[in-house]
Design a protein around this ligand. Structure first.
Ligand code: RB5
Length: 146
């Protein structure tokens, strides 16, 4: 199950994301927003981050104008490793090296076609594992206070 959310800037992409996930046969829960009316991205990032921390959701996808605000908020949560990806290569490495569990997309910075390729890569790439990467991830979380 994938937790998804956006602010107003990412609302249209989120609607497209739902179609993409349906096509991919992936189940998801939409944590809003539910219209193009202005909302505050921290509120949505908080909901999706809590959902992923709960482990009821294996991954999260957050969309705002740049992906940056969403990632800043998401990364305040213990257990969250959120990555803003503007390339397919970044999406692949965020999974392989960082075991990123939330993907942040910027609806104002990349075209939907590219975003959809990034999302597909993020959802299909496993963590490469290994002591080197595990050790670094443990160090990330030893620095987290929330
Ligand atoms: C909203 O205007 C915009 O600031 C937001 O979507 C996001 O880009 C913040 O990081």
């Amino acid at each position: 199950m994938i937790a998804i959310g956006s602010d107003h800037a990412g609302y249209e992409y989120k609607e497209q994301l739902k179609k993409l996930l349906d096509e991919m046969g992936k189940s998801y829960q939409d944590f809003g927003t539910n219209s193009p009316d202005s909302v505050d991205y921290p509120d949505i990032a908080r909901l999706v981050s809590k959902a992923v921390v709960s482990e009821k959701f294996i991954r999260g996808i957050l969309i705002c104008g740049t992906g940056i605000g969403m990632s800043i908020v998401a990364n305040k949560h213990k257990g969250i490793r959120a990555a803003v990806c503007e390339s397919v290569a970044s999406a692949k490495l965020s999974r392989e090296h960082n075991d990123a569990n939330i993907l942040c997309i910027g609806a104002r910075t990349i075209e939907w076609e590219k975003a959809s390729e990034i999302i597909k890569m993020f959802l299909s790439t496993p963590f490469s594992g290994g002591e080197r990467h595990m050790c670094r991830i443990q160090k990330i979380h030893s620095l987290t206070n929330l």
